[in-house]
Design a binder for this molecule. Structure first.
Ligand code: PLP
Length: 425
């Protein structure tokens, strides 16, 4: 065991890890382009973009320069009472590329917190208006993060059992499919008509952590229309779907009905710096204005609007303005469509789905077809042996690589997947 691994064991507590029986870690010593290199010199394609965050590959020079340039100007400052160029530039540019209703940007530093702030905005909006609305609507299978508000409106059970007594009440709708959409909508309508609902939160078009489950923009529009008709505020959590993942810049771009709040993180900084944004309308913002300080959103973080993170997010937006990035998204979409045809021929593959740069499918197995399926561990190890870092979600295998991946590297991933599936048949 290398001394780094020994020291890691001694001093570090990892996320989502049962350290009692966890597998040995990989020590990564270098990240470049779509590759990660371990301490033995072996390289791996980063097929899930390092927890779905990396957009332009690792070590992008343009982003690196933005970091150094910003560090030499301002590294970090308190964001209450002060402001700086890159925060303002980012806020302006983000509001210009989001729907027109998105006019004000609140900064934080991760996806969970961007959601937490969205929930607090809704709760306080109604409070400031003196209207009693206490309930939220969410979708079964959703994941919005690991802070208390985000856990409350996410899927209950297993991951969060010890904390459940501390969650607030939420009503859940089923995940839509072609058979249940109408009944979900009539159920939602009757809930909204009670007048008790402050807000609704959804991962638009793709539920990430529950297994890259996909549904149509048409359904989302119908549900959002019901919410709007009943003055229920809407959050679209685009922490995972934002920045080209779904084929367009944002999943919201597929929808006619626009939300009141959009949360962003992950791809916002191309996966290089921690940053979260909660973007909302002047309608919501204005409800926090008044003589009394207590009417304001009294929320903030030490690293709110960190200038280096903001500079990186601006550099990321510059890269999205390059035609090559759009070309990369289109290439990935096309390769995914071709891979889908290959997968359709395989017996143990079920429910193949694709949205833009994400492709996912279920592996049918006698060992069980759930999140806790053993396939996850087997597949993970197999892919590592093939030089691919790919973390399945239970029995769901999915690819969402950095957009800059070449066809050759993409093929290496798909070949490894096909070999794994062939061995199972
Ligand atoms: C849709 C969605 N919302 C929120 C989060 C939480 O983001 P973070 O891990 O940065 O707290 C995630 C993380 O996977 C996510 O997929």
């Amino acid at each position: 065991m290398s001394s780094i691994l020994e020291k890691d064991k001694k001093y570090v507590w990892h996320p989502f890890t049962q350290h009692f029986n966890s597998e040995e870690l990989l020590e990564i010593v270098k990240a470049e382009g779509v590759f990660l290199y371990d301490s033995s010199g072996k390289k791996y394609i980063d097929a899930n973009s390092s927890w779905w965050v990396n957009i332009h590959g690792h070590g992008n020079k343009y982003i690196g320069e933005a970091i150094v340039e910003q560090f030499n100007k301002i590294d970090h400052i308190v964001f209450a009472g002060l402001t700086h160029l890159k925060a303002v530039e980012l806020a302006k540019r983000i509001t210009k590329i989001l729907p027109t209703e998105m006019e004000k940007v609140f900064f934080s530093d991760n996806g969970s917190t961007s959601v937490e702030i969205g929930l607090k905005m809704i709760i306080q909006y109604w409070h400031n208006k003196g209207i009693k609305k206490n309930r939220f609507l969410a979708m079964r299978g959703s994941y919005h993060g690991d802070t208390f508000g985000a856990m409350s409106i996410g899927q209950r059970g297993y991951f969060n059992v010890p904390f459940e007594p501390f969650f607030f009440d939420v009503d859940y709708i089923d995940f839509p499919n072609k058979f249940n959409e109408d009944s979900i909508l009539s159920h939602s309508k009757s809930l909204f008509e009670t007048g008790d609902f402050a807000g609704m939160i959804l991962e638009p078009l793709v539920q990430g952590a529950s297994g890259m489950r996909m549904y149509s923009p048409l359904f989302l529009d119908r549900l959002a229309t019901l919410a709007k008709d009943n003055d229920v505020l809407i959050i679209y959590d685009e922490v995972m779907t934002g920045f080209g993942r779904t084929g367009k810049m944002f999943a919201t771009d597929y929808c006619q009905v626009k939300p009141d709040i959009i949360t962003l993180s992950k791809g916002l900084t191309a996966g290089v710096m921690p940053l979260g944004l909660t973007v909302t309308s002047n309608r919501i913002y204005n409800a926090f204005l008044g003589e009394e300080t207590t009417k304001a959103l009294l929320h903030g973080h030490s690293f709110t609007a960190n200038p280096i993170a903001c500079a990186v997010a601006c550099a990321n937006l510059d890269l999205f303005e390059q035609p090559i990035t759009i070309q990369c998204i289109q290439n990935l979409e096309l390769w995914n469509q071709e891979f889908k045809l290959e997968l359709e021929k395989i017996e143990c593959v079920n429910n193949i789905r694709q949205q833009g740069t994400i492709i996912a499918f279920d592996v049918l197995s006698e060992e069980g077809n759930t999140y806790f399926s053993d396939i996850k561990t087997k597949a993970y190890k197999y892919f590592l042996s093939q030089g691919v870092l790919l973390r399945p979600l239970g029995n769901v295998i999915f690819i969402n690589p950095p957009l800059i991946i070449s066809k050759e590297e993409y093929n290496k991933i798909t070949k490894a997947i096909l070999r794994f599936l062939k061995d199972r048949n």
